[in-house]
Design a protein around this ligand. Structure first.
Ligand SMILES: [Zn+2]
Length: 231
């Protein structure tokens, strides 16, 4: 379905750009998201894509900022971790709690969209995409109750709905199953190895040693879509 450059986000020939709201996604995913957004609007929700297609270079910037300490490493509750005494393996592990290895991000497929509700954001509000926003009493809690009830009928699911040893829960991260459940098999360990070998990301040598574990825990290990979310 996707070739090696597309599945690792080093090409964007598989995505289209949409202007209002502004996001980029695979054409089938963009159409499905706009249907979900229209359904949300009928219930008073301004379903906005906060992050959609992200290419390889953007993922490298996220990885490098977290590796170097320019960006924080968050714990399960979304609190910044103290980096004192952390070794390289700890840093790699804590980046992978929340962020994908460049080449291995589902956002590179154009099938994933992180969402917020523009209708409840105060002027100038910058979404954090951290647990407190979606927990009971959080700004986006009502959005998430709506998503619980409606995403599956539109083909979307939450691959990081709960922690199962890989990514921390990201309920705001929606995936369009009819495309992403085909795309996931296009990203093989060998493709990810070639992509990482060709990169100059910090920590690369240790990442390559740990690649089979990273591939199983952080690429293959998703919460699968429910049966009613057909693909
Ligand atoms: Zn996401």
């Amino acid at each position: 379905m996707f070739d090696e450059l597309q599945i690792t986000g080093r090409a964007r020939t598989h995505v289209v750009q949409h202007d209002v709201p502004r996001f980029a996604a695979h054409p089938e995913v963009a159409a499905a998201f706009l249907r979900l957004r229209a359904a949300a609007a009928r219930d008073g929700i301004d379903l906005r894509p906060y992050s959609s297609f992200r290419g390889y270079d953007a993922q490298v910037r996220i990885w490098s900022a977290k590796f170097s300490g320019r960006a924080p490493l968050y714990d399960l509750c979304g609190r910044p971790r103290d980096r004192a005494g952390m070794g390289e393996d700890d840093v790699i592990g804590h980046i992978l709690d929340w962020s994908a290895l460049p080449g291995a991000s589902r956002h590179q497929w154009g099938t994933e969209i992180d969402v917020v509700d523009g209708a409840v954001m105060p002027p100038g509000y910058k979404p954090q995409l951290l647990p407190a926003e979606v927990a009971d009493g959080g700004l986006f809690a009502p959005l998430h109750r709506w998503l619980d009830a409606h995403i599956h009928e539109h083909g979307f699911f939450r691959p990081y709905a709960r922690f199962q040893g890989g990514m921390f829960p990201e309920p705001w991260h929606l995936s369009y199953a009819p495309v992403s459940m085909r795309a996931i098999d296009d990203l093989t360990l060998e493709i990810l190895r070639r992509c990482t070998e060709a990169s100059d990301i910090p920590g690369r040598a240790r990442v390559l040693e740990r690649l089979p574990e990273i591939f199983e825990r952080h690429v293959r290990n998703i919460v699968p879509p429910p049966a009613e979310c057909r693909w």
